[in-house]
Design a protein around this ligand. Structure first.
Ligand code: FAD
Length: 440
């Protein structure tokens, strides 16, 4: 873990008490973004310490711009063992291969001067972030059970209730506690369980040292750029982490015989279960040697059941409570963009809360505009992610031929990467000026 920042005491310039529930990627980025602008929130996390489950994550350029602007990107690259001066660090675009033997290269996603992804181990990513949060502002073993909105027309505050019977008051509550999102009812007015369905997607995940893959004869060079191996109803994503020494593997199987939303897993259904290598390999019988080779190197694979927020929420905020990250728009991972959307949410929230004219009284209007701007954007990525999986698995608009897939893959990430979160802020500020909340 990196050495931790200590935030100034009693110098909350705006005198705004902000509580963030959830210390995952989106909650921590939000905390840092706020602190950079003089608001020092408290983060309440259910677990006993910060920690990410799952192996790797790719971060797109839209999120990279934000991480840079809040001053953490350099540190993240350092933790990841990447050279910040090497231009190829950010130009790790996908190559798309046939999943079948021969592994023909179908499409090489072009490098883009501005765009790009980089892959990082989740634990390393979070470790780099938490070094920028004051430990005195983090509270563990605090599982939020519900949130009470302030009583309108009074000067009461929002209250976050925890499973240990304690509670905390705040001017503003930001719920970044993931897809199961306890407390979300303060925004939606309904049981948070009703907002979550099974996406009909399962995936097998694991890590393989590059050297091990080479030893079993894997030929594809998987240590430099992400790769997608495509088939019908299945695809695999592999990308390098830990400075190219380890391959992160996510092998997807999608059931298209039922619509998204038709199945709701019981709320106590585990999202991750251990599986045998045999079960995983059986799913990919008949696939090419590189796919089988890499999968056979995974020790102790896990199977993930992917839930999503569906149907889309009508609002991401109400009163003085706002949702961000997966709590607002948990989506399928096929564009590797879910965390990036939460990072965009966090950035807009931080800029609006830190605006010099923001007051406790104006928060409901500000959150209303936040919701108006973020909902269509995050939903477009939610929809784009489903479209991406259709292309990878042979159900794109132009079909499953190589030519058809190339047509559909061209420009796939453009709308994700080239979104500038500062434009969200400018639009929000303009709308708040038009509403008379901010003076011009
Ligand atoms: C297989 C897979 C691959 C993915 N790959 C990518 C990728 O490559 N790129 C990408 O951008 N996204 C990817 N995603 C999506 C990404 O993981 C999520 O969008 C992101 O982790 C959401 O972050 P979050 O902070 O909103 O929620 P979470 O990561 O779920 O964090 C929520 C935090 O809140 C805590 N918490 C939960 N409940 C409570 C409570 N009641 N009270 C207090 N604390 C609580 C949790 O312990 C946790 O620390 C992937 C997802 C999956 C499933």
């Amino acid at each position: 873990m990196s050495s931790s920042t200590v935030w100034p005491v009693n110098s909350n310039e705006k005198k705004l008490d902000v509580v963030i529930v959830g210390g995952g990627v989106c909650g921590t980025v939000c905390a840092i973004a706020l602190a950079r602008r003089g608001i020092y929130p408290h983060v309440y996390e259910a677990a006993a310490k910060f920690g990410e489950i799952g192996a790797g994550i790719v971060v797109g350029y839209n999120a990279v711009r934000i991480l840079r602007s809040i001053g953490v990107f350099h540190d993240i690259l350092k933790h990841a063992g990447e050279d910040p001066k090497d231009p190829s660090t950010l130009n790790k675009t996908f190559r798309f291969f046939s999943g079948m033997d021969g592994h023909e290269l179908v499409y090489d996603y072009p490098h883009d001067l501005e765009g790009g992804n980089f892959g990082i181990a989740r634990s390393v990513f979070l470790d780099a972030l938490i070094g920028h949060i004051d430990p005195n502002h983090t509270h563990f073993n605090k599982r939020c059970t519900s949130v009470t909105q302030p009583v309108p027309g009074t000067n009461s505050r929002s209250i976050v209730h925890f499973s240990d019977g304690t509670s905390v008051e705040a001017d503003v509550v930001l719920l970044a506690n993931g897809i199961r999102g306890s407390g979300r009812e303060a925004v939606t007015g309904r049981d948070p369980k009703e907002d979550v369905v099974f996406s009909n997607v399962v995936c097998y995940r694991g890590l393989v040292p590059v050297e091990e893959a080479k030893k079993v004869g894997v030929k594809a060079d998987l240590d430099k750029r992400p790769a997608c191996f495509m088939g019908i109803d299945k695809h695999l994503i592999m990308f390098p982490i830990r400075g190219g020494k380890v391959i992160n593997i996510v092998a997807f199987v999608i059931d298209r015989t039922v619509d998204v939303g038709a199945i709701r897993l019981p709320s106590d259904h585990p999202l991750v279960v251990p599986v045998t290598k045999e079960e995983m390999l059986k799913e990919y019988e008949g696939w090419g040697s590189d796919v089988i080779g890499v999968l056979s190197c995974i020790e102790n694979p896990n199977k993930w059941y992917i839930n999503v927020v569906y149907p889309p929420l009508m609002a991401y905020a109400k009163g003085r409570v706002a949702l961000l990250g997966d709590a607002a728009h948990g989506m399928t991972p096929h564009l590797g963009a879910g965390a990036g959307q939460g990072i965009e949410d966090a950035y807009l929230l931080s800029r609006l809360l830190a605006h010099p004219q923001t007051t406790v009284e104006s928060i409901p209007d500000i959150f209303d505009i936040y919701s108006q701007i973020r909902r269509p954007r995050a939903q477009s990525v939610w929809d784009g992610s489903l479209r991406a999986s259709n292309i990878y698995e042979g159900y794109g608009e132009h079909g499953s031929s190589n030519e058809g897939r190339v047509q559909d893959l061209t420009g796939l990430w453009s709308f994700v990467w080239h979104h500038n979160a500062d434009d969200d802020y400018i639009e929000a500020r303009t709308l708040l000026e038009e509403r008379g909340v901010f003076k011009v």
